[in-house]
Design a protein around this ligand. Structure first.
Ligand code: TRP
Length: 380
């Protein structure tokens, strides 16, 4: 079984149902989806296709979050990014969903940029570079379309005077035996890394501390981050706060096959960055996307392709929101009418406009960024 923790290079098929069992989370069921759909309807929106297709598949305490919301006790959203390089399409998945949640519930988003984390966990990344990347990546976050009036972004080392006193409240209740058991740390692990979960926990209480009243927190994230929040959820009630609720997504698999896309691991060349141009995207898809098609055109026409393993099709389940269109493509491919190269071209035609749009909004975000930044140290 593939190991799923925050720092593993995840390769091979991930058994998501098993993760629900192992991590003790709950599957997103029809009832919860219907409830979310009702809220979306109020805003003239539909249920997000990530929910319809099980890409967001698991949660903790979503029912509680909705109960409170319906009683008038609004939650806020919290998510984050460890800035270690350029943003790729896989990163956009939880952020796109977070934007949908912000639109549906009209709530604040608190977004943490963990330059400290990436500095501590990456042997060859300087703090200066991690900090620079944090501000670059913040543009990509805004490009997703969050409401600037309801969004706050902060970079850990530039907001440390605010974060640190809260981090040590948490750190005092977290012992080495626990982090070691959860993350597999050893005697060789640097002590900054051991401390780090306390920093990632702070945004689960920060808005409550600042508002001087407890506010429910909902964290959307890819399931590999769950280890941190299992710890956070144990500690916060002891400090008098709510446990944060969570909603979890699968990883966008690499074009080359199942697993988690990574900029450092095996799938680097095939990764599609949000900074890639149309030509590069086409080249990468054509060259790398694992095909579920048959070896020859004749065979393919006769037997059709396998959409379960075909990565161009799998990616379309993430980026083509139209269910009917997707079903039509599936039928065409499985019947052999559509060839593998044609299916790849459909994927290219689907993601190029998404990335084009992203790049435009990313440029526009330069003006907005100063308005949403929280910091207690000037960025030089
Ligand atoms: N640890 C995350 C990463 O490496 C960054 C992060 C910080 C985060 N806070 C978060 C991710 C909250 C999801 C939710 O990318």
């Amino acid at each position: 079984m593939t190991k799923v923790d925050p720092w593993a290079d995840i390769q091979g098929k991930v058994d998501y149902d098993k993760l629900i069992k192992d991590f003790g989370t709950e599957k997103i069921d029809q009832k919860l989806m219907q409830r979310l759909e009702q809220h979306a309807k109020h805003k003239g929106l539909g249920l997000h296709h990530f929910l319809r297709r099980g890409i967001f598949f698991s949660h903790r305490d979503m029912k509680w979050i909705l109960d409170e919301y319906e009683k008038g006790n609004k939650f806020y959203l919290y998510t984050g990014r460890g800035p270690s390089g350029d943003v790729h399409l896989g990163h956009l998945v939880p952020w796109m969903f977070t934007k949908w949640l912000q639109d549906v519930f009209d709530v604040e988003l608190w977004f943490q940029m963990t330059d400290d984390e990436k500095f501590l966990f990456k042997a060859d990344l300087s703090l200066e570079e991690a900090n620079r990347l944090a501000y670059e990546n913040a543009l990509d976050v805004l490009a997703v379309g969050f409401d600037p009036k309801k969004t706050k972004i902060f970079v850990d080392t530039d907001y440390a005077a605010t974060l640190y006193p809260l981090a040590i409240q948490i750190a005092k209740r977290l012992n080495f035996t626990t982090t070691k058991a959860v993350f597999g740390f050893s005697g060789e692990t640097n002590v900054g890394a051991i401390f780090y979960t306390s920093m990632q926990s702070v945004p689960c209480i920060l808005p409550s501390v600042l508002a001087k009243r407890n506010i429910p927190c909902l964290i959307p994230y890819a399931i590999d981050q769950d280890a941190h929040f299992r710890i956070t959820r144990d500690i916060l009630p002891k400090l008098g706060y709510y446990k944060p609720a969570a909603i979890h997504c699968r990883f966008l698999p690499p074009l080359t096959g199942p697993g988690k896309m990574s900029t450092t691991g095996s799938s680097k060349d095939s990764t599609i960055f949000v900074t890639d141009d149309a030509k590069t995207i086409r080249k990468k898809v054509m060259r790398w996307a694992f095909s579920g098609g048959k070896d020859t055109v004749e065979e393919h026409r006769k037997h059709g392709g396998n959409t379960d393993v075909d990565m161009a099709f799998q990616w379309l389940t993430y980026f083509e929101p139209d269910d009917e269109k997707l079903a039509y493509i599936k039928r065409q491919y499985e019947s052999g009418e559509l060839l593998s190269g044609e299916l790849k071209q459909i994927l290219v035609d689907t993601i190029v406009p998404i990335i084009d749009e992203h790049q435009k909004r990313r440029e526009a975000a330069r003006k907005v960024l100063p308005q949403v930044l929280l910091k207690d140290r000037r960025h030089s």
